[in-house]
Design a protein around this ligand. Structure first.
Ligand SMILES: Cc1cc2nc3c(=O)[nH]c(=O)nc-3n(C[C@H](O)[C@H](O)[C@H](O)COP(=O)(O)O)c2cc1C
Length: 358
């Protein structure tokens, strides 16, 4: 089993501005924008921007990413355009055409610190993307690390073989899209740690845990399972810097008992006509009016109709609210800085408490 203490130094070496334990925000497309990412980095974490999934030559998503990265540099007060930007970018990769041609130049231009890949049609599709990013690694004079989010041990193995520097192990408590057939962090993470330790004796590979972590307790658990750091998605939505609309933040605050109030399904996408992910993925979201209609026998066509009618009238009640199974523990919108400092402090106290116990 790898030692968390030794591995943590790997993340600290790659991202020297970070404090420990390592905390990053998930690159939630549409929600993880420049303001949140800059706040996370400024607070000692690694901020990620959600870069989207469209790599076409006219991609509005990439144009927006370009602007967001420039804004982040300004927010962080890094005046020189040649200095590295301590920010990562996450991409959804099930339609990878155009990545090298259209996304790579933006990453190079802004000298980002990390690239996160997630949700390929097949694991093999990541190889050319990782190779393209590795070319920047090789010729650049700043550090850019490759993280691949995985939901199975097999996907973790492929990512490491293909050259990923880190795997983000995503358990099924996670909010948002994820492997339909997956496992909790409790079972997945130790097995990934063992597999990666066996497969990667030539280089350091970091393991970051994602899925249901919202406070110091979850962070300690993840480190205990063999992670080098953590990623949080849902928890960062309920921060002052996240651009999510207030009804989404409110829904996360008011939800309790995530075992009952959230559910994993492809239907969340079907209802709002965003069912574009390959079939091996589904998503966890708060149980909605649409979900309840569907459970009581209303056809998908009718649920979609009701969704569209509501949306036309500006009624947001049917919108899918992606959230993890730990929503019940989130009870306040706080600043990113407060959140990161609180979690790092809670971790220290929890470790002390465990030490006393044993
Ligand atoms: C609102 C929302 C949007 C997300 N969008 C993305 C995304 O664009 N790309 C991605 O790789 N993961 C995305 N995820 C999944 C996260 O990467 C991560 O696995 C998840 O948030 C971890 O679980 P947690 O929400 O319980 O912290 C999203 C999650 C949420 C809650």
């Amino acid at each position: 089993m790898g030692s968390p203490e030794i591995q943590e130094r790997v993340l600290k070496r790659w991202f020297p501005h970070t404090t420990t334990p390592f905390i990053a925000n998930a690159p939630m497309f549409g929600f993880a924008d420049s303001r949140l990412a800059a706040a996370v980095t400024r607070s000692g974490g690694l901020g990620f921007i959600g870069g989207g999934f469209d790599f076409g030559p006219e991609s509005a998503q990439l144009a927006r990413l370009d602007t967001q990265l420039a804004e982040t540099r300004a927010e962080l007060g890094i005046v020189s355009s040649t200095g590295a930007l301590p920010i990562g970018v996450g991409f959804i990769t099930f339609k990878p055409a155009g990545f090298e041609m259209n996304a790579i130049p933006i990453l190079e231009k802004h000298r980002v610190a990390a690239v996160w890949l997630s949700f390929p049609e097949s694991d093999a599709d990541h190889l050319p993307l990782i190779e393209a990013i590795s070319k920047i690694q090789a010729k650049g004079d700043w550090v850019v690390k490759i993280l691949v989010q995985v939901g199975t041990v097999q996907a973790a193995r492929s990512a490491v073989e293909q050259g990923a520097d880190a795997v983000v192990v995503q358990g099924t408590d996670a909010g948002g899209h994820q492997w339909a057939q997956g496992a909790s962090l409790m079972s997945l993470l130790p097995e990934v740690r063992d597999a990666v330790a066996g497969d990667s004796n030539k280089k350091d590979v970091a393991i970051v845990a994602a899925g249901g972590i919202v406070d110091g307790r979850g962070c300690v658990a993840a480190l205990g399972l063999g992670a080098d750091g953590i990623v949080m998605g849902t928890r960062f939505i309920a921060t002052t810097e996240c651009s999510a609309p207030s009804f989404i933040k409110q829904s996360i605050l008011s939800a309790s008992d995530g075992a009952i109030s959230t559910i994993k399904s492809v239907r969340h996408d079907v209802f709002q006509s965003t069912d574009v992910f390959p079939r091996q993925y589904d998503g966890r979201a708060v149980i909605s009016l649409s979900w309840n209609d569907s459970q009581s026998g209303v056809s998908n066509e009718e649920v979609i109709q009701r969704y569209n009618d509501a949306a036309k009238q500006g009624d947001v009640q049917r919108r899918t609210i992606w959230a993890g199974a730990s929503v019940g523990v989130i009870d306040a919108v706080v600043s990113t800085d407060q959140l990161i400092k609180d979690i790092q402090q809670q971790v220290k106290l929890a470790v002390q408490k465990i030490t006393e116990l044993i």
